[in-house]
Design a protein around this ligand. Structure first.
Ligand code: FAD
Length: 367
């Protein structure tokens, strides 16, 4: 029976059953795939995928800000579950912002109900947009559709029960790259075993090989990746920031509890970081609300960098507040879990290295 030392009241508003389940399985979700298939159905049962989706499209209303808060709520318990949530909710967002309404109508019901997993294979595309990498999937025209070839080396939320994933694909020299969706059941789609990760092992993260995969013209999310990706990027990044926010909240809460119960030397530092976290989250949500980031990417990049730094500082403070006990290895050491979860924050695309380079380019162009 797993221990439940993470059952300390969180600041989040999660459904109580889900919160309990996540608290009990957070360690498993980080270390192995024992309960990885259960994550999507459980998040769906708690209504999380419908948050921020218009009622007219089967959702609960609200917008990306609400969805970001929900990702943060889950990340307070488990980054692996929050990352699967991010994959599913990002894919839902791609459908909401796609001009292909028939594709959205086809996929939204099963994704919102958690009957099908949704995955975002757009890191390569985001790096392509930043001029870092060429596209790793190509599409050749066929009658009424396309044939896909290539590889997506890192994709999360690839449930073995089945998934639908988004990828950007290069076409011909004359045509712009597109963003498409493909189903795991199609012949030629091969999911690897789970990647041998140091953490987040219950996130269903694997590689996908695409070998002569026939998709229809009706599976195109957008004909022009260069126009579509900047449109979806604020939501993509905001949802991703939800992970840093939740992790920071959990670590800072633990740090404060420990520090207050000892000599309190760190209390001021912890409270100052909590305050800064709150201000940074407010700036992020305001920018998302007024569409400011659609045209101004630089302030969004700075917020993503700052939130990632806060997450690193928060786990560092948790370590310092716990002292030597953080370094002991009981079965369920929440600090150790968060320490390894936090290592992922700077490397997920767009990585901090990439964002800093883009900001520098932006600075040079403006100077
Ligand atoms: C657990 C996990 C889950 C993931 N899940 C997904 C997913 O669901 N979907 C998805 O699409 N991707 C996913 N990824 C991929 C991830 O988002 C990154 O793309 C990947 O980790 C970074 O690619 P890389 O290791 O090839 O970095 P590299 O390309 O080797 O680059 C190393 C570092 O340098 C930076 N860099 C490289 N070239 C430049 C340059 N010219 N200018 C500035 N900076 C540069 C990179 O951003 C990175 O920080 C996942 C990764 C992990 C670890």
């Amino acid at each position: 029976m797993p221990q439940t030392s993470s059952l300390i009241p969180p600041s989040s508003q999660l459904d109580a059953d889900l919160a309990q389940w996540l608290a009990i399985h957070a360690d498993d979700l980080n270390r192995n795939d024992a309960v990885s298939e259960e994550v999507v159905p459980r998040l769906a049962r708690a209504g999380l995928f419908s948050i921020g989706v218009p009622e007219a499209q089967g959702g609960a209303g609200g917008d990306v800000r609400d969805a970001t808060q929900a990702v943060a709520d889950v990340a307070e318990y488990s980054m692996a579950a929050a990352f699967a949530f991010w994959g599913q909710r990002s894919f839902i967002q791609y459908l909401l912002q796609s001009p292909n309404r028939a594709l959205a109508e086809r996929h939204l019901p099963s994704l919102l109900a958690g009957e099908r997993a949704g995955a975002s294979g757009l890191s390569n595309a985001m790096k392509f947009l930043g001029g870092i990498e060429s596209l790793q999937v190509t599409a050749q025209a066929r009658a009424n559709g396309w044939r896909l070839h290539g590889k997506l080396p890192w994709v999360t939320n690839l449930r073995r029960a089945g998934f639908v994933a988004a990828a950007a694909v290069a076409t011909t020299a004359e045509r712009a790259p597109m963003v498409i969706a493909f189903d795991s059941a199609l012949p030629g789609v091969e999911r690897s075993d789970d990647l041998d990760l140091i953490a987040l092992r219950g996130s269903n993260t694997a590689a996908i090989a695409l070998e002569n995969v026939a998709i229809d013209a009706a599976d195109v999310l957008h004909e022009d990746a260069g126009r579509y990706l900047p449109q979806v990027r604020p939501a993509f990044l905001s949802l991703q920031c939800g992970m840093s926010i939740g992790l920071s909240r959990a670590s800072l809460r633990q740090a404060l509890i420990r520090s207050e119960s000892r000599r309190g030397a760190l209390v001021d530092t912890i409270c100052a970081l909590q305050q800064e976290l709150q201000t940074t989250v407010a700036q992020l949500l305001d920018g998302v609300a007024n569409d400011h980031f659609q045209t101004q990417a630089a302030p969004l990049f700075r917020l993503r960098i700052r939130l990632a730094e806060i997450a690193q500082q928060a786990v560092g403070l948790e370590l310092q507040a716990k002292g030597g006990s953080a370094y002991l290895a009981p079965d369920n050491n929440d600090f150790l879990r968060r320490w390894t979860e936090a290592a992922f924050v700077p490397v997920v695309t767009p990585s901090l290295t990439q964002l800093q380079a883009e900001l520098q380019r932006h600075h040079v162009t403006r100077a």
